[in-house]
Ligand binder design. Structure first.
Ligand SMILES: O=C(O)CCC(=O)C(=O)O
Ligand SMILES: [Fe+2]
Length: 210
C-alpha cells in the first residue's frame, strides 16, 4: 500500500472509530441523565452531538521505560491531571500504567483490558452537575517491560457553549458551586495552567471556598 493510501485508510479508520465512540459516550450520558431523573434525555449528549462540538481523539504511545527514579521506581508517562471536557472514553492495549487518584490522594492502578472502554468524568461534567459527578484525577506510569498504546475520545461542548450547573438539577436552596463560563474560556484558562493544577479552582465561587 502506498504511503498516501495508508494514511487515507488510517484517517478513515480513526474517523469511523471517533463517530462510534461518540455515540457510545452519548448513550452513557443519556443513561446518566435518566439516573439523575432529568429531561430531556439528550440534555448532556446534545453537547457532543452538536456539529460544533469540540471533540478530540488522542493517541498515546508509551515506550517501555524502566529508569530507577520517579514514583515508586516508575517513570511518569503522562502526569497527573483531570480531563477538562465532559466525558472521556479510553481504550488501551493490555499494558498497565493507568492510575486514578482516590479522595485521600492515594493512587490506584486500573487493570488494563484491551476489550473494555473506560469512561472518565471531565471537569465540565462536574460543573454541569454541580459536583454530583467529579472529574477523576489520573496519570500514567510507564511500564518497564512493555509499551502501552491508548486512544482516548474526549467529548467536549461547542466553544461558545455556556457551562454552569443545570438549574433543573439543583435542589431547593442549593447554590451553584461555579460561576458561568464558556468552554472557550475554560480551554484558554487550562492552556495557561500547569497540567496538574486544579483548573476548576479559578471558576469556583469565592464565597463557598472559605
Ligand atoms: O494514555 C492513557 O492511558 C491516558 C492518557 C490521558 O489521561 C490523556 O490523554 O488525557
Ligand atoms: Fe487524561
Amino acid at each position: 500500500m502506498s504511503h498516501s493510501a495508508l494514511s487515507t485508510s488510517f484517517c478513515s479508520a480513526l474517523n469511523e472509530y471517533t463517530s462510534v465512540v461518540k455515540k457510545l459516550a452519548c448513550g452513557v450520558l443519556e443513561l446518566i441523565a435518566a439516573g439523575l431523573r432529568i429531561q430531556p434525555e439528550n440534555i448532556f449528549s446534545k453537547l457532543l452531538m452538536d456539529v460544533e462540538s469540540d471533540s478530540v481523539l488522542r493517541l498515546n504511545h508509551y515506550p517501555p521505560c524502566s529508569s530507577g527514579h520517579g514514583f515508586n521506581g516508575s517513570m511518569t508517562g503522562f502526569g497527573e491531571h483531570t480531563d477538562p471536557q465532559i466525558i472521556s472514553v479510553l481504550r488501551s492495549n493490555n499494558t498497565s500504567g493507568f492510575q486514578i487518584s482516590l479522595r485521600d490522594g492515594s493512587w490506584v492502578s486500573v487493570p488494563p483490558d484491551q476489550d473494555s472502554f473506560f469512561f472518565n468524568v471531565g471537569d465540565s461534567f462536574q460543573v454541569l452537575t454541580n459536583g454530583r459527578f467529579q472529574s477523576v484525577r489520573h496519570r500514567v506510569l510507564a511500564n518497564g517491560l512493555k509499551s502501552r498504546i491508548s486512544m482516548i475520545y474526549f467529548g467536549g461542548p461547542p466553544s461558545k457553549q455556556r457551562l454552569a450547573p443545570l438549574q433543573l438539577l439543583m435542589g431547593e436552596g442549593e447554590q451553584s458551586l461555579y460561576r458561568e463560563f464558556t468552554w472557550f474560556e475554560y480551554k484558554k484558562s487550562a492552556y495557561n495552567s500547569r497540567l496538574a493544577d486544579n483548573r476548576l479552582g479559578r471558576f469556583q465561587r469565592q464565597q463557598l471556598i472559605a
